[in-house]
Write a protein that binds this ligand. Structure first.
Ligand code: NAP
Length: 253
């Protein structure tokens, strides 16, 4: 049956940034599709756990600050302590720092690049090496952005990092597709989460963004659910290195 291809029963998914926003929506979606979800966050994922419990799903949290230079080791060690392996990795956590390009500090630049770009690569490397390559199977989903395609305004480090996410997705797919690992990305459009709170509070920018979205609304964290389950499941086994926009039509304008 075609719908069986989308089932994640028997799979374990590790999702970074699981306490809120798009990461929370992805955790709920993967759990509803049958996966055991391990959420990584720097604070409690109580709300995510509660929402997953309501649908009888499975959720465990690992608390790690992803800006810690030992974050990757801490995540794999705690995954081992839980007695789990990782079948699906979602590199979702990300930060954005808004400033005119002329004022961007090196510290802000490094923070954005370290989390949004460097960690995506090295967590993927560790998870592939330890859990996926030995099984000859795995799914990695990176969270890209409209700024993987465009330059944006007042967010140059973010635009650089998200362009890199698209590049990393293609580069890893070229090396690991033959090892049974699918690496793809989702590029969300303008979604109502903490990431865009400042933008939505600015009446002019809010109106300008809304005017340009063909679907005429901000996205919600559950708008990524179907695409996340698809990319995590056997339904996407021959999809490699591609970034799927879930953007209410933003890129079509
Ligand atoms: P969000 O609500 O701000 O979520 C970001 C997540 O990353 C949070 O869970 C946050 O934890 C976590 N995080 C940040 N720094 C961390 C650290 N040092 N250690 C551990 N966790 C950390 O924003 P979102 O919109 O859901 O963002 C999720 C992803 O989607 C990001 O990669 C973002 O760039 C991308 N994205 C968002 C949009 C959008 O319109 N919202 C569009 C395109 C792409 P805390 O809650 O503790 O900060």
């Amino acid at each position: 049956m075609i719908l069986d291809l989308f089932s994640l029963k028997g799979k374990t998914a590790l999702v970074t940034g699981a306490n809120t926003g798009l990461g929370q929506g992805i955790c709920i979606a993967l759990a509803e599709a049958g996966a055991e979800v391990i959420g990584v966050a720097r604070r409690s994922c109580e709300e995510t756990a509660e929402l997953i419990k309501e649908s009888n799903g499975s959720f465990t949290e690992i608390i790690v600050d992803l800006s810690d230079k030992n974050a990757v080791t801490k995540i794999t060690e705690q995954t081992d302590t839980l007695g789990k392996t990782v079948d699906i990795l979602v590199n979702n956590a990300g930060i954005i720092k808004r400033a005119d390009a002329i004022d961007v500090t090196e510290d802000d630049w490094d923070q954005v690049i370290n989390l949004n770009e460097r960690l995506v690569f090295f967590l993927s490397q560790a998870v592939a090496k330890k859990y996926m390559i030995p099984k000859n199977e795995g799914k990695i989903i990176n969270i890209a952005s409209m700024l993987s395609y465009q330059g944006g305004i007042r967010v140059p480090a973010y635009a650089a990092s998200k362009s890199a996410v698209m590049g990393i997705t293609k580069a890893l797919a070229n090396e690991w597709a033959s090892l049974g690992i699918n690496i793809n990305a989702i590029a969300p459009g303008y979604m109502a989460t903490n990431n865009t709170a400042q933008l939505r509070q600015d009446a002019d920018r809010n109106e300008a963004v809304l005017d340009r979205i063909p679907a005429a609304r901000w996205g919600t964290n559950m708008d990524l659910a179907g695409t996340a389950v698809y990319l995590a499941s056997h339904a996407s086994d021959y999809v490699n290195g591609f970034t799927i926009a879930v953007d209410g039509g933003w890129l079509s304008r």
